[in-house]
Design a protein around this ligand. Structure first.
Ligand SMILES: Nc1nc2c(ncn2[C@@H]2O[C@H](COP(=O)(O)OP(=O)(O)OP(=O)(O)O)[C@@H](O)[C@H]2O)c(=O)[nH]1
Ligand SMILES: [Mg+2]
Length: 279
């Protein structure tokens, strides 16, 4: 796994053990991590603050000004992020305008999968970077007409470590793990779970074949973040995806994630709050 110089700098300066357990609302709407303890380096503080500010500015512009519902998907390589988002796109009402930003280290395989679904796609190849950042996302957004867009899915680069520290300003971050990663995957990556709002355990169809204990995985998630929703899916066969779709629809309708940033008027979000499923 490649880590950027910034990642290494931040990890060296802050370690990874100082995250406090955030309250649900605070966690859901963070644009970065608090670093009150980080007197170690103002330079690193500046770097983090810059990313936080960029993420918040993006959120203000895309979510508030343009009324786009933004959901980020992250998780290990091959966990099923693209497949899951494809299933969600298939559930969208015809009149919903969907955009997808796909972060991959190289290639446009995922982008062309999404294009096949008739949605607008911006492909971001990150090269050596193991995560998207708000600047990359902002660049990708120039490919969309934000006034036309109702919903934006962002698929981050497949990685269980790097994206945690780089919020993108989405209303929800959905972490996708799969049974093939081993049923201890949650215990090994608690910080990423802390940084997310919902978890998906995908590939439940092959749990037995790979010896994964689904209950253990769900319990592990709730050990790390007690209030976190855990969805069990077989994205390939489109099983269990309805619950995730409902969760996202409720999130949008309920407007749960708009606390503490002031200056919000989300009345315009409400008209697209209900998304009927096809099935
Ligand atoms: N058996 C099974 N296979 C799945 C499931 N979901 C996805 N797959 C398969 O797993 C492989 C990876 O799925 P992707 O959706 O490309 O995974 P990804 O997380 O987008 O991968 P990256 O973008 O490379 O990080 C594909 O061959 C999918 O068909 C599932 O629920 N069950
Ligand atoms: Mg993918």
């Amino acid at each position: 796994m490649h880590r950027t110089p910034i990642d290494r700098l931040l990890a060296a300066l802050f370690g990874r053990s100082q995250r406090s357990q955030r309250a649900p609302i605070a966690r859901a709407h963070r644009f970065g991590h608090d670093h009150d303890e980080s007197t170690e380096s103002e330079a690193a503080d500046d770097v983090l603050a810059q990313f936080r500010e960029q993420a918040q500015a993006l959120h203000e512009e895309v979510v508030h000004d343009h009324g786009v519902f933004v959901v980020e998907f992250l998780g290990a390589t091959g966990s099923g992020k693209t497949t899951l988002v494809e299933r969600l796109i298939e559930r969208a009402p015809n009149d919903e305008q969907i955009g997808v930003v796909v972060g991959d280290v190289a290639g446009d395989d995922d982008a062309s999968r999404f294009r096949d679904h008739g949605v607008s796609v911006a492909n971001v190849t990150t090269g050596k970077e193991c995560h998207l950042d708000p600047g990359l996302l902002e660049g990708a957004l120039s490919e969309f007409d934000l006034d036309e867009l109702d919903r934006l899915y962002v698929e981050n680069v497949g990685n269980m470590v790097c994206p945690a520290d780089f919020p993108l300003g989405a209303q929800a971050r959905v972490l996708v793990v799969s049974t093939t990663e081993g049923d201890d995957v949650v215990r090994k990556h608690p910080l990423l779970f802390e940084a997310c709002d919902a978890a998906v355990v995908n590939k439940v169809d092959i749990a037995d074949a790979v010896g994964a204990d689904l209950d253990r995985m769900a319990a592990d998630v709730q050990d790390v973040v007690p209030d976190m929703d855990v969805f069990r899916t077989n994205a390939r066969a489109d099983e269990g995806v309805d619950d995730l779709a409902s969760f996202l629809a409720n999130l949008r309708t309920g407007d749960h994630h708009h606390h503490g940033h002031g200056n919000h008027d989300h009345a315009h979000d409400d008209h697209v709050g209900t998304h009927d499923h096809h099935d």
